[in-house]
Design a binder for this molecule. Structure first.
Ligand SMILES: Cc1ncc(C[n+]2csc(CCOP(=O)(O)OP(=O)(O)O)c2C)c(N)n1
Ligand SMILES: [Mg+2]
Length: 552
């Protein structure tokens, strides 16, 4: 492909795109707008380096950019137009922030010359999005474009990773940006002090019932491999935080389960009865801490060792007995070199933790003709290394419980609990890694929030597999409703389209099934379809959660 000559006097828009290129960005996710035509034009100039993925809704684009951030560790780049575009896509800012995922959200802004008049679609993004993100800036001076974009790359990736919002006034974008050329950002790293490591070793050696909890972001495959070997050598039980199931092979002998929604009650008991809890990377937020009940403040102060990249997170909710602000991957690498004169392998503490997990993974009985525990166990058997995306809903509780992740970078699950996330996230994954199997799992409610991106999947030959679990209900809410207001179904029933016909109308392959036994063949056919393939599974809302019926 022809590469255009760099402009002799680059505009701010061109400098912005140069900054993306030098920082190794390969994909940009957008819905175009007239407010940032000059940026789109500059992207045309580097089309052999950066692929622009055009989406059908800004929420789809933003979710895809979050997935890019999750999978690469580099900021996902989302571009949207002002007002309506910016507000549509704002879900991605929230999800990136809650998930600690690097994201840069570029917004076309009204011209500087019109600002403050409530010009067409004018919004003050610092006010609107400031509380949602790490940093929100507007570039007023074109000669500072490189400075602001470079800072955005640093802020998104340093400390606790998160979202940066940059507003781009239209007239500013077309002006000369001056001589400063962008250079790749050298991300600042933090590590553990020798004194901390000595103290941690002493605490571990004194513990009879220790547990590790891994979570958060900032991991690398290398650091996790080293940590995983160290954990195995020590035989120390390890749990994973909410929706961080890809941080250790779920068949690892020391893995005892995840602290999610609908967790194994025995796992919760085990963590409560631990005499040392070493948490690496995880905030221990509301969901993994079971609504802040996992530890009392007194227990936390006595037995929690907390390592997190952001010092503000330490001693915020959980008083720590020992704490360190340290980048997750660095912490893992340091721990993996720490020699501990003790092993918990084959102690009842470790073997019982593992046995509790195995028992929890046995398929459960259901009343309807589809057993999602069997469905997701089969999915694991057929596609053990797939990248699996999901959004929010009770269907995800089945997926998270019965599908065991094996490799780092295979889970695209929003810790923000955002419905509609998994499908666009999985499309982005398939566009980025076409040779890898990618599966999106969505409820009927969840899927309809971003199903328009079927068009994007078809347009970009993103031949992923989509599993829509259709119980005709916003099932999660129905479950809570039946508990608090029994037999008064309000606002939770759904009358759905024919999902298979809907998918085919976009050019996808699709099938509808309503029995567990039909799933293996459907999955095999979907994998051979040569196009995006949707498996519509009709389930009974009565089987509302694993091992639970609405009646019960
Ligand atoms: C964007 C968004 N809107 C609303 C909610 C609240 N919510 C959580 S789960 C849920 C229902 C999900 O329904 P569905 O996808 O059909 O899954 P099910 O629970 O039926 O398995 C709702 C409405 C949310 N988490 N995210
Ligand atoms: Mg549903």
């Amino acid at each position: 492909m022809t590469q255009e000559m760099p402009a002799s006097n680059p505009t701010a828009a061109q400098r912005l795109v140069e900054t993306l290129v030098v920082n190794g960005i390969t994909h940009v996710f957008c819905v175009p707008g007239e407010s940032y035509l000059s940026v789109l034009d500059a992207l045309y100039g580097v089309r052999d380096k950066i692929k622009v993925v055009t989406c059908r809704h800004e929420a789809g684009a933003a979710n895809m950019a979050v997935a890019y951030g999750k999978l690469t560790g580099k900021p996902g780049i989302c571009m949207v137009t002002r007002g309506p575009g910016a507000t549509h896509g704002s879900i991605g800012i929230h999800t990136a922030q809650q998930d600690s995922v690097p994201l840069i959200y570029f917004i076309g802004q009204v011209a500087l010359s019109d600002k403050g008049r409530e010009a067409f679609q004018e919004v003050d993004y610092g006010q609107a999005f400031g509380p949602l993100c790490k940093l929100a800036l507007e570039v007023e001076d074109p000669t500072r474009m490189v400075e602001v974009c470079t800072r955005a790359f640093a802020v998104a990736q340093q400390g606790r990773k998160g979202a940066v919002v940059i507003a781009l006034p239209e007239d500013m974008l077309a002006e000369p940006a001056g001589p400063r050329k962008p250079a790749p950002v050298t991300v600042a790293h933090s590590g553990l002090e020798p004194g901390f490591l000595d103290a941690l070793a002493a605490r571990l050696e004194a513990a009879d019932q220790p547990v590790l909890i891994l979570g958060g972001t900032g991991w690398s495959a290398e650091s996790l491999a080293a940590l995983s070997s160290w954990i195995e050598k020590l035989g120390v039980p390890v749990a994973l935080s909410f929706r961080r199931k890809d941080l250790i092979d779920n068949t690892h002998p020391c893995y005892i389960g995840d602290l999610g929604l609908g967790p194994n009650p025995k796992l919760i008991q085990r963590v409560k009865s631990a005499d040392l809890v070493v948490t690496i990377g995880a905030r221990l937020g509301e969901n993994p801490s079971q609504a802040y009940t996992l530890l009392t403040p007194e227990e936390s102060a006595a037995k929690l060792v907390h390592i997190h990249p952001d010092p503000e997170e330490l001693n915020r909710v959980w008083p720590a007995s020992l704490a360190a602000a340290c980048e997750t991957a660095n912490a893992a690498l340091s721990l993996s070199k720490l020699s501990i004169r003790r092993s918990w392998a084959n102690t009842p503490w470790a073997t019982e933790g593992r046995a509790d997990l195995d028992a929890f993974l046995a398929p459960v009985a259901v009343t309807g003709s589809v057993n999602l525990s069997e469905v997701f166990k089969h999915l694991e058997k057929a596609l053990p290394d797939a990248i699996v995306g999901n959004g929010a809903g009770n269907y995800a509780a089945w997926l998270h419980r019965f599908y065991r992740h094996r490799k780092f970078g295979t889970q695209l699950a929003p810790t923000s609990g955002a419905m509609g996330f998994g499908f666009p996230a999985a499309i982005a994954a398939k566009i980025m890694y076409p040779a890898r199997p990618v599966v999106a799992v969505a409820g009927d409610g969840c899927f309809m929030m971003t199903s328009n991106e079927l068009a994007t999947a078809v347009q970009y030959d993103a031949n992923l597999i989509i599993i829509v679990v259709d119980n005709g209900s916003y099932g999660t809410i129905r479950m809570h409703q039946e508990r608090d207001y029994p037999q008064r179904v309000s606002a939770t029933n759904l009358k759905n389209p024919d999902f298979a016909a809907f998918a085919r109308s976009f050019g996808a392959w699709a099938i509808t099934i309503d029995r567990t036994e039909a799933f293996p063949a459907a999955l095999e056919d979907a994998g051979k379809a040569g196009k995006p393939a949707l498996i519509h599974i009709k389930t009974s809302v009565a089987d509302i959660a694993p091992g639970r019926t609405i009646k019960a």
